[in-house]
Design a protein around this ligand. Structure first.
Ligand code: ADP
Ligand code: MG
Length: 714
């Protein structure tokens, strides 16, 4: 796909770009900037959704310099305000900031300069608008533009919710600025809707741009169990794309970090691996950070807290050994790979069982009214309690974490007060019924459902049949207008190129497969783990089932044609789609859910088509099975082929170096061996090789034929 190059004549007459060069010394606009600025200059209310680092500040700074009047920039990041203002002043721009880091006198002086008409841009913290005097001062100066940076802070859906931001809608109404801009890097529809409504931006032009990270290869692998996941990680770090260069491995908890740091350490030896999590003390943590930053350690295994302080631009791979809770989180974390714009690999190792913990934690942090009432009653009648004590006293509470959440909710409406020593006590005048405490019970439930929903969208990313990059862009609301730059679904050489789940109603055969699997889950009555149920459905004669009675059930062997591995995958899929679930505890048991019953009995239709390789007796299933077995084995090269294999490998390495991409981007080993088999001598022969298509012909077809020519069968 090629785009027409801009006509050179147009470059001569581009006043906006001239202004960019004159004021900022930049050559050209980043993706999206021009459109935002043009809309603003034309007087349209505008929203700019671009990822961090895309250059959102310029979208208000340049108009601020071109328009008559003052540009007000609201930003929650006090530390960054000073940096931006210093940078603008260094360019000779009359810029100010007004926030709590200035003493009252300095604030007054800044306001005076503003009133005197000397200021072009003024940065303010949202707290400023608590003051009516400040708003009146702004009413006295001619405004050019009102820009709200980090505008997602206005949404309660976001994790950065800032109560002071909610005032901005009313401020906009009072100031009536001639132009209004909201900037954010968070573009999910929920947050965006909130933002548009709250800032009176319903009629705004929304620009979403720049989310595609075209140097990242995205892949997600389903793992059968924890052992499988560990093996895949080790393979990746020792023989796969993660065998050289800096790698960050993300795990969800402290314990998981320690476990996987151990796995990596065993595989790579001492000195190459550091662990990083919130439970370490400051010296340990900075030592780990320093080792990774300086390059002494190649692999960092970390919770997502890692990354804020680490600014290593040459991270070559990010691996997730746990499912992130949201796609925003995932994308932010993989975004720490390849910031030098060189190719990097992003591998998500996923076991559907993980999501149980996530769903559990979400429920825990959103207590239902029953739990709230029971906790409130206990606190009132039993006297002061710590979260732990409260959790012990109240059955309806799910552990100390939930007790703490409950107490925080109660404290927010002043029903509970901190009592010292980690304990809380009930306010003596507060009413006995939680419903009368002014808690937003419906809001809590809404927020809970919302978080479950976001998790489901994350899960969907793993299973989706289509392009991973396109899925992310769609999620963020950006138009997909480029070819996939690299993902396991689009790469014809990747095992995962076999299509995944399609989220559309299944046909009869597919629905039947899902119902059969559910029937097996139901028959096992929630008394067995996933592996045993799968073995039963697949009709396994292995020892695992002996003595369980599972081999006597009517559902024994119902999915014989599907095979054991694929049945495991199918059951994992049922869990992911909430048709089945795993119980908690040390020996999680597979159970059918209410939604699962509905589907099993044919009352509702599942909303997805299982991937074709799970269909009974499919050749794809056999292929997947073979590939899995073969994956571990080293490739044997026939001695007769060895010279050509070597020649192709050397040529591929040259190509990769020349174009600054990893070798697999040129073509994979699988394609390499297909070339060896076929030894193409012309374009037709070339195109007949699995993994080589017209675009590869364009880039290196004739070149490759030359490499093969001396070896072509005469
Ligand atoms: P964001 O707010 O979107 O995270 P910033 O506005 O902080 O990003 O900009 C990130 C960096 O990019 C800054 O150093 C900025 O000077 C630079 N930048 C912005 N626009 C351009 C451009 N058109 N050309 C070159 N650099 C740019
Ligand atoms: Mg910014």
């Amino acid at each position: 796909m090629s785009r027409p190059a801009p006509a050179p004549a147009a470059a001569a007459n581009d006043p906006l770009r001239d202004a960019l060069r004159a004021h900022f010394g930049f050559d050209d606009f980043h993706k999206g900037q021009r459109a935002v600025i043009e809309d603003l200059l034309a007087g349209h209310p505008t929203v700019a959704v671009m990822p961090t680092g895309a250059g959102k500040s310029l979208c208000y700074q340049l108009p601020g310099l071109l328009l008559d009047g003052v540009t007000v920039v609201v930003s929650p990041l006090i530390a960054l305000m000073k940096d931006q203002v210093d940078a603008l002043r260094a360019r000779g721009v009359a810029a100010e900031y007004i926030n709590s880091s200035l003493d009252p006198e300095a604030q007054r002086a800044a306001l005076d300069r503003l009133a005197g008409g000397a200021t072009r841009l003024v940065y303010v913290a949202p707290e400023r608008f608590r003051s009516g005097a400040f708003i009146r001062a702004l009413q006295q100066v001619p405004l050019a533009l009102f820009a709200v940076d980090e505008a997602h802070c206005i949404s309660r859906w976001g994790h950065d919710f800032r109560p002071d931001y909610t005032r901005l809608g009313a401020v906009v109404e009072r100031l009536r600025p001639p132009r209004l801009l909201a900037c954010t890097a968070t573009a999910t529809p929920d947050v965006r809707d909130d933002m548009l409504r709250a800032l009176r931006l319903d009629a705004a032009q929304v620009h979403v741009a720049g989310f595609l990270r075209d140097n990242l290869y995205l892949e997600a692998r389903l793992c059968a169990n924890e052992r499988d996941r560990e093996k895949r990680l080790v393979h990746f770090l020792t023989r796969g794309a993660g065998q050289s260069g800096a790698v960050i491995v993300y795990a969800s908890t402290r314990k998981r970090v320690e476990r996987y740091a151990g796995v990596a350490w065993k595989a790579l030896g001492d000195g190459q691996v550091v662990a990083y999590h919130g439970g370490m003390d400051d010296t340990e943590r900075s030592a780990a950070q320093e080792a990774f930053m300086s390059g002494r350690a190649r692999v960092a295994v970390a919770t997502n807290a890692f990354g804020m302080g680490v600014d290593r631009a040459d991270v070559r791979a990010v691996v997730h050994v746990d499912l992130p809770r949201t796609l925003e989180g995932y994308y932010q974390e993989v975004g720490r790979a390849g910031r030098d714009r060189e190719p990097a690999r992003c591998l998500l190792l996923y076991n559907p069982i993980d999501t149980r913990v996530h769903h559990f934690l979400i429920d825990q942090s959103h207590p239902d009214p029953k739990a709230l009432q029971a906790a409130w009653h206990a606190l009132r009648t039993r006297g002061p309690a710590t979260p732990r004590q409260l959790a012990e006293a109240v059955d309806a509470l799910d552990g100390a974490n939930q007790a703490e959440t409950v107490l925080r909710h109660l404290a927010k409406v002043d029903a509970a007060q901190f009592d010292g020593g980690g304990a809380f006590r009930a306010h003596p005048d507060a009413p006995p019924d939680v419903a009368d405490l002014g808690l937003d019970l419906a809001g809590i439930a809404r927020h809970r459902d919302h978080e479950h929903d976001k998790l489901r969208q994350m899960k969907r990313f793993v299973h989706e049949a289509g392009c991973r990059h396109a899925y992310v862009l769609r999620y963020f609301g950006e138009q997909v207008d480029a070819e996939c730059p690299g993902c396991d679904r689009c790469d014809p050489d990747d095992d995962n190129a076999a299509p995944g789940v399609v989220f559309a109603p299944p046909d009869e055969g597919e629905a039947l497969l899902i119902r059969k699997a559910l029937a097996g889950v139901a028959r096992a009555e929630g008394r067995y783990g996933l592996r045993k149920v799968a073995a039963m459905l697949a009709g396994s004669r292995a020892a695992t089932l002996r003595g369980t009675g599972l081999d006597a059930l009517s559902t024994f062997g119902l999915l014989k044609d599907v095979g054991l591995d694929c049945t495991v995958e199918l059951l994992q899929l049922l869990i992911d789609q909430d048709l089945a679930r795993m119980s908690g505890g040390d020996y999680p048991l597979l159970q059918i859910t209410e939604a699962g019953w509905e589907v099993m009995q044919g009352r509702t239709c599942p909303g997805f088509k299982p991937p074709p390789h799970l269909m009974p007796g499919s050749t794809a299933a056999r292929r997947v099975e073979r590939m899995r077995k073969g994956a571990a084995a080293e490739v044997d090269v026939d001695p007769e082929d060895a010279p050509l294999v070597d020649a192709l490998r050397a040529w591929r390495a040259d190509q990769a170096r020349e174009r600054g991409v990893p070798a697999y981007v040129v073509f994979s080993d699988r394609t390499l061996f297909a070339v060896v088999d076929r030894r193409p001598t012309d374009e037709r022969g070339f195109l007949a090789v699995h993994g080589l298509g017209p675009s590869k012909w364009e880039t290196f077809g004739p070149d490759l034929l030359q490499v093969v020519a001396p070896f072509a069968a005469g």
